[in-house]
Design a protein around this ligand. Structure first.
Ligand SMILES: [Zn+2]
Length: 432
């Protein structure tokens, strides 16, 4: 058992900064003591040093450690269609996303995309992700295999649909039940992998399919649920019309017991106060995807209303409706859109860091494992150290506080400034 002492400035949010003051913790001369892939002590270097005077020390001063990012909403089969600008959601699905997703039936294409996708996560500092798999079991298995091989923490599942897309993507609820079961058996709880029941969205799932989702959740312990909700007005209308008994979009998922503390619903831009109240009561989380909301013209996320209602919100990139894998960029976009919103919530650097890290871990029920750098957590972190002569390096030389440094990293940080990424203390990406 060998200890590793990592000395570097670091930031993290072990508490929710929307609820408590002082949630952002910054250590200018900080250290993490890591043993067997876990953080056993963290804080000021001299304090942590006392815990292990003999430990091998790595001096990483000159850069900054952040908790590994948690992407709470992203689609693996859409990696190759990022940038399909200029369409509404339903047009984009029909013209861009669905034709590409049919390619996932090809095993070679799917496994190559899976490998690139997992590399994209790791190289952008994302150590945990909640991912929409493909409509095909083999392609979804390829994603789990790629994540397992790379060491990235991943929650994913076979995407379920039996109407309104294209015949090639539709499944029979009975047959897909058995294929889902086989994937759960093979991957749920294996290493850093977990399974999420993944109905694509209400419009593409019949009552029989949603009932099948309910059965899967009931029959297996610890499954997560992910889907979409309230993204654009015409989508909301179409979904509610597809279920004549529905009173609003959320009521469709509620009928099949798909809400709860282990459910993450993406978007919720076009939401009602009644839905917000029920999301909070069932402890269902929302994945806010500001780049996607802007790119597809979905609108400005009503963050203030979510917070006021007590709905838990995390951040997601929503690749490929979104514009890339960077969670720092996503955090910046969240900030920018709230700044221009009529009733926007002005987000501070601690809140943005929380939304990019611990909030996602909480949404997935993984906050005892990851999401911040407290003692007891898995050593999942990102080491940011921009090349000399870059604007970010220039700003970091001049900042007067750690909070300013964090704001600069959120504003200017990109893949090139990420030097190394680790999950469970193991390197999953490194530039050196
Ligand atoms: Zn999505």
């Amino acid at each position: 058992m060998s200890d590793m002492l990592l000395r570097a400035p670091f930031f993290h949010t072990p508490a929710n900064p929307f609820r408590s003051t002082g949630a952002l913790q910054c250590y200018e001369d900080g250290a993490l003591l890591i043993r067997d892939g876990r953080i056993v002590a963290s804080g000021g270097f001299h304090e942590v040093r006392k815990e292990a005077p003999e430990a091998e020390a790595l001096d990483w001063r000159g850069g900054y450690l952040l908790p590994g990012f948690v992407d709470a909403h992203v689609h693996y089969p859409q990696l190759r269609i990022i940038g399909g600008l200029g369409r509404t959601l339903l047009e984009w699905l029909d013209q861009v996303a669905l034709p590409e997703e049919m390619w996932m039936a090809d095993a070679t294409y799917a496994s190559d995309t899976a490998r690139r996708f997992v590399y994209a996560l790791a190289s952008h500092g994302t150590t945990t992700a909640l991912v929409f798999g493909a409509h095909f079991a083999n392609a979804t298995a390829a994603l789990f295999d790629a994540a397992d091989a790379a060491g990235v923490r991943m929650v994913s599942g076979l995407v379920l649909s039996d109407r309104a897309l294209r015949p090639e993507l539709h499944q029979s609820p009975t047959e897909i039940y058995f294929e889902s079961e086989a994937l759960i058996e093979r991957f749920h709880g294996k290493g850093r992998l977990l399974y999420a029941v993944t109905p694509r969205f209400a419009l593409s799932t019949s009552e029989a399919m949603l009932e099948m989702c309910q059965t899967l959740v009931r029959e297996h312990d610890g499954l997560r649920v992910q889907t979409h909700i309230n993204e654009q007005p015409d989508e909301v209308t179409a979904c509610v019309q597809a279920f004549p008994w529905a009173t609003d979009y959320l009521s469709i998922y509620e009928r099949y017991s798909l809400c709860g503390p282990r459910t993450v619903m993406a978007h919720n831009v076009q939401t009602t106060d009644a839905e917000l109240e029920r999301l909070a009561a069932s402890q269902t989380s929302v994945a806010h995807c500001p780049c996607s909301n802007a790119a597809l013209g979905s609108g400005i996320f009503p963050l203030r209303r979510h917070l006021a209602a007590g709905v838990h919100c995390a951040l997601g990139t929503d690749v490929g409706g979104g514009t890339g894998f960077g969670m720092l960029k996503e955090a910046l976009q969240a900030y920018l859109m709230q700044r221009v919103a009529r009733d926007g919530q002005v987000l501070d650097p601690g809140q943005l860091l929380y939304m990019s890290t611990r909030a996602g871990a909480e949404a997935l029920g993984l906050h005892d494992e990851t999401g911040d750098l407290s003692a007891g957590k898995s050593a999942d972190f990102v080491y940011v150290r921009p090349e000399a002569d870059t604007p970010l390096a220039g700003v970091l030389e001049r900042v007067a506080s750690m909070e300013q440094a964090l704001a600069a990293i959120i504003t200017l940080g990109d893949t090139a400034s990420i030097q190394e990424v680790r999950v469970g203390g193991e390197k999953v990406f490194g530039r050196r």
